[in-house]
Design a protein around this ligand. Structure first.
Ligand code: CAO
Length: 439
């Protein structure tokens, strides 16, 4: 049997209400009194509960829509599979009907999301952010009044991240305020990307065709926040150049056996690590961070470089420390080891922290150029694309040369255009003639 859930009478002279949030989707199993939507009228905000257990057969409203009293908002199929044992389920709350995301949370040990949030972050500063904890609980299942939910929503806070201090862990107004304060302080201290809520209203894609919804995993959440934080805060400039690496490639092939004997490959990334370290030493602004709060530039005497690694779980940035003090062979070995650890989930949190500069090499995959986003608190990142043979006009004729496209993305608050061009040119010339690095 199907029942219609309509907008009930709200108060005298109130004939409509606006849908603030739809908390269920077609196919969801609900229990009696589960909240289907959050509503707001002229007089108050309130929750719209389901009158019976069942499966959501139809969602007839969308967020922001104005609904009239008596208008049908949801249709619940009370006989659909999963809804039959409604009474039994209600009496045994320790075994609630599972939603896919809740199942996932149960399969993993409780502490794991927190751990992996620390383990897997590509941004060192992410560790202090209270909002980085992962929750698989949907907002509808967090006990809180509509007014508190609305406050959280208005402040851009994900209510599932807040531990309630009220009875049965109910989230109260003070919890939302305290959590918001923590986030703001963490952001103001430069500790992280903060809660970046994208309030873009998505259309209902299910009206256009079949869709599949998947919970973001930890790395995706952290990457999304870190990248959005960088993009919103850093005025990026992108500089492009090309290096003729014909001679360097000959050298790399001739000497790769030396490195192979020690157990790693001599790749262009390892060579770029070494050359970038020297470039950072000779161009200190690129080895710096900006403290905007105190209007200070922090120049670093050490040279730690992050290398973007493509893993099954997404982008990770292991950091190689004191690159300037290591040989290319040692750097090849360490890069190999860290990339392997990142790909096999063995990377430790401190191995993902503290990069002064980043190298992102997509050349193994392809592409002619790209513009990577600066990895805060660093101020620049090098993008490396695929090298290929190109005709170059030398001494009156075209000659086939191996050309490597490079891009440099940098923070224009600290680095001027001429600095950016000089830095990248220095790297290009160093690749073409490494002896120059000794001047
Ligand atoms: N141009 C042409 N070929 C390249 C190249 C380039 N720029 N860079 C690497 N290659 C080749 C290598 O020579 C190697 O070829 P062989 O298999 O014939 O020896 C092959 O591509 C694979 O290289 P590799 O990946 O094993 O080694 P690497 O040291 O060059 O790169 C790493 C290591 C970790 C940077 C890389 O594996 C990787 O994960 N890259 C993706 C980085 C990424 O996702 N960036 C985007 C982040 S968002 O900014």
């Amino acid at each position: 049997m199907s029942i219609e859930i309509k907008l009930p009478e709200i108060a005298d002279n109130v004939t409509t209400a606006v849908v603030l949030e739809v908390l269920v989707k077609k196919g969801d199993t609900v229990k009696a009194d589960d909240v289907l939507a959050e509503m707001e009228s002229d007089k108050a905000s309130f929750e719209l509960p389901s009158e019976a257990a069942g499966v959501v057969k139809e969602v007839k409203v969308s967020e922001g829509q104005q609904v009239k009293v008596g208008e049908v908002m949801f249709i619940i199929d009370t006989e659909a599979a999963g809804s039959k044992d409604e009474k039994a389920e209600e009496k045994t709350p320790e075994k609630p009907a599972e939603k896919p995301e809740e199942k996932k949370a149960e399969e993993a040990p409780k502490e794991e999301p927190k751990e992996s949030a620390k383990d897997e972050k590509p941004q060192p500063e992410a560790k202090e952010e209270p909002e980085q904890q992962v929750s698989y609980v949907s907002a509808a299942h967090v006990p809180a009044s509509p007014a508190v939910r609305r406050l959280a929503r208005e402040l851009g806070i994900d209510i599932t991240q807040i531990k309630g201090s009220g009875p049965n862990e109910r989230v109260v107004e003070d919890d939302v305020k305290a959590f918001t304060k923590k986030v703001v302080q963490s952001k103001a201290s430069g500790a992280g990307a903060g809660v970046i809520q994208d309030d873009f209203q998505l259309p209902d894609f299910s009206k256009m065709g079949e869709v599949r919804r998947e919970k973001m995993d930890t790395i995706r959440k952290i990457t999304a926040k870190a990248m959005a934080g960088s993009w919103q805060n850093i005025p990026h400039v992108f500089q492009f150049d090309k290096a003729d690496i014909t001679e360097l490639e000959k050298f790399r092939k001739d000497y790769s056996k030396l490195v192979e004997k020690k157990g790693a490959k001599l790749t262009v990334t390892a060579i770029l690590l070494k050359l970038s370290a020297i470039a950072l030493k000779t161009h200190p602004k690129f080895n710096a961070s900006i403290d905007m709060k105190n209007e200070v530039i922090i120049y670093k005497e050490f040279v730690n470089i992050g290398v973007a690694v493509d893993t099954d779980r997404g982008l990770l940035v292991p950091v190689i420390r004191d690159v300037d003090k290591k040989s290319i062979t040692d750097l090849s070995l360490e890069l190999n080891e860290l990339a392997e650890k990142a790909r096999t989930k063995k990377i430790k949190p401190d191995e993902l922290q503290g990069a002064n500069f980043t190298i992102s090499n997509l050349g193994g995959i392809g592409g002619t150029n790209f513009t990577p986003i600066v990895n805060r608190p660093a101020v620049a990142i090098l993008g490396v694309s695929r090298s290929q043979i190109e005709p170059v006009f030398i001494d009156g004729e075209f000659k086939p040369r191996m050309i490597l496209p490079l891009s440099l993305s940098y923070d224009h608050r600290l680095i001027d255009g001429a600095d950016g061009a000089r830095f990248l040119r220095w790297l290009v010339e160093a690749m073409q003639n490494p002896l120059l690095t000794m001047f």
